[in-house]
Write a new protein. Structure first.
Length: 134
């Protein structure tokens, strides 16, 4: 049950999410894992299941569709669910890596970010530099 769920989340992050090490301006680097979705209730369900399986809940918010303005299409709202705590990202990254490695996706930048999260307790400038170089 947990293995199937974490596999679903891993491939959702891989296909329609983000995992990375970021720094804005002079702020210290941070870890972040995000899932993008047009259905808020889906993110709520994923968040509930993450909590049930011992992971941190997602912080859910509205995203922006500004990049699609005036393209002539009706679009549903964009939502994102994120985990930004260092400890929570590291724990989830460890779980997500199992199915992603099994699928042979080690060369992906997202997988490399997850590996760096697991290997480094603190997101330092050198970790950010390694992420950017990947």
């Amino acid at each position: 049950d947990e293995t199937l769920f974490i596999t679903l989340v891993a491939f959702f992050v891989f296909g329609d999410g983000s995992a990375g090490i970021y720094s804005h301006g002079k702020n210290a680097p941070t870890y972040r894992i995000l899932i993008f979705q047009s259905d808020e209730s889906f993110l709520v369900a994923v968040s509930d299941c993450l909590r049930t399986h011992g992971f941190a809940e997602l912080s859910i918010g509205e995203g922006s569709l500004g990049g699609f303005a005036d393209d002539g299409y009706d679009r549903r709202k964009a939502y994102n669910g994120s985990i930004a705590s260092v400890e929570a990202c590291r724990k989830l990254a460890e779980g997500l890596l199992v199915p992603l490695r099994a699928a042979g996706l080690q060369m992906s930048k997202k997988v490399k970010a997850l590996e760096l999260m697991v290997a480094n307790a603190t997101p330092t400038q050198s970790v950010l530099d390694a992420y950017r170089a990947s």
